[in-house]
Design a protein around this ligand. Structure first.
Ligand SMILES: C[S@@+](CC[C@H](N)C(=O)[O-])C[C@H]1O[C@@H](n2cnc3c(N)ncnc32)[C@H](O)[C@@H]1O
Length: 346
């Protein structure tokens, strides 16, 4: 199949905006040229260079799978047959295939996904010499029914969802409540736009959840925490995965670094004893002023805080430019803002 075909990405439905931003951050940080062509519910269609899929497969938390777009159609049997007729199926020549269709949420419920699988399978069998194999075909033709209609794509990669589940905080040797799940931690690290070989910092590193994700990506990883137990615990957790990071007992309000390429962090929210009586806002104000001196020009910080802290305002006051805000409702009394800011040259 021609490399020039647009790429369809099937995204996780776990958050309404983070998955799209994560794709942008990964491809930009890896220097991949790309262009967004279409955005639908849990689907993104992009035009991108050869390495696009490789980078997303290796890094993304919220991309589930992707591959070359085969066709797009309105959700009607007639339209789909027409679209199949216009499609060049020669990429299947001599190869076995299977068709599997997923529906995003409840979109076009009246349009049966199994009927769609049958229709496409029959059509393709008739116009090619390919044989159907639903166990382990050489090519999976994937269908997605979403708000924009029906897409078919050739599955070129699938991200390893199980690996994230296997790294759940509770399975690590050192656990402390309130740790974010590995997928969210990975997305934070990606949004900081640090790439392999560059310096990444989590200045409120706790048990090391962000450090693990950063080290897995090959970033030079630094962690700082005020609490000696956390530093020891983070070291144990990293060792558990055979990973390495530089861990420093210290205060995020006085960063012992000259320059870092980016920061991702989940600071204390003032719900436990971890802020030692100082308000979260005042800790974060001191931290942001300090971070402005340490993050390189063009570098990013991805940080979470309770929505009422308005961490984006704190960051802007320190000189950062606001890139984006994502809202995450955790429970009745906690809604988190996830904020990405950038240090502009100045
Ligand atoms: C929400 S936890 C971080 C959780 C972390 N993402 C993890 O994977 O475990 C916040 C951490 O900030 C630390 N902390 C609080 N005040 C600090 C300060 N001024 N400087 C550095 N660390 C601080 C606390 O000890 C705590 O471990």
């Amino acid at each position: 199949m021609s490399e020039k075909r647009p790429i369809l990405l099937l995204l996780s439905g776990e958050h309404p905006s983070l998955p799209y931003s994560e794709v942008f951050a990964i491809l930009e940080s890896e220097g991949v040229e790309f262009r967004e062509l279409k955005r639908c519910d849990q689907v993104m269609v992009i035009e991108g260079g050869e390495q696009t899929g490789k980078h997303l497969e290796k890094r993304a938390a919220y991309v589930m799978e992707g591959g070359a777009l085969i066709l797009q159609s309105r959700p009607s049997v007639d339209e789909l047959r027409k679209a199949c007729g216009y499609t060049d199926w020669s990429f299947l020549r001599g190869r076995s295939f299977g068709v599997r269709v997923s529906r995003v949420k409840e979109h076009w419920r009246e349009f049966s996904s199994s009927k769609l699988e049958g229709l496409v399978g029959e059509y393709v069998k008739n116009v090619t010499d390919s044989r159907v194999d639903l166990e382990s075909p050489q090519v999976w033709i994937r269908g997605v029914i979403t708000d924009c209609g029906v897409f078919l794509f050739k599955q070129d990669f699938r991200t390893d969802r199980r690996a994230f589940a296997q790294r759940r905080p509770k399975t690590r040797p050192f656990f402390h409540p309130g740790v974010l799940e590995p997928k969210i931690a990975r997305a934070f690290v990606n949004l900081s736009k640090v790439r392999k070989g560059e310096n990444f910092l989590d200045p409120f590193c706790g048990t090391g959840g962000f450090l693990i994700e950063a080290a897995l990506l090959g970033l030079h990883t630094y962690g700082l925490d005020l609490d000696r137990r956390m530093i020891k615990g983070a070291a144990r957790n990293l060792r558990h995965y055979g990973l390495d990071a530089e861990l420093i007992l210290g205060d995020a309000r006085r960063l012992p670094f000259k320059k870092v390429d980016g920061i991702a962090t989940d600071p204390p929210y003032g719900r436990g004893t971890s802020t030692k009586g100082q308000s979260v806002k005042s800790i974060l104000s001191e931290f942001m002023r300090e971070a402005y001196e340490v993050v390189r020009d063009g570098g990013r910080i991805c940080i979470a805080a309770p929505q009422e802290v308005a961490i984006q305002e704190v960051a802007i006051k320190s000189g950062f430019r606001l890139h984006e805000v994502h809202i995450m409702r955790v429970h009745k009394s906690l809604t988190r803002s996830i904020v990405v800011v950038e240090r502009v040259a100045g």
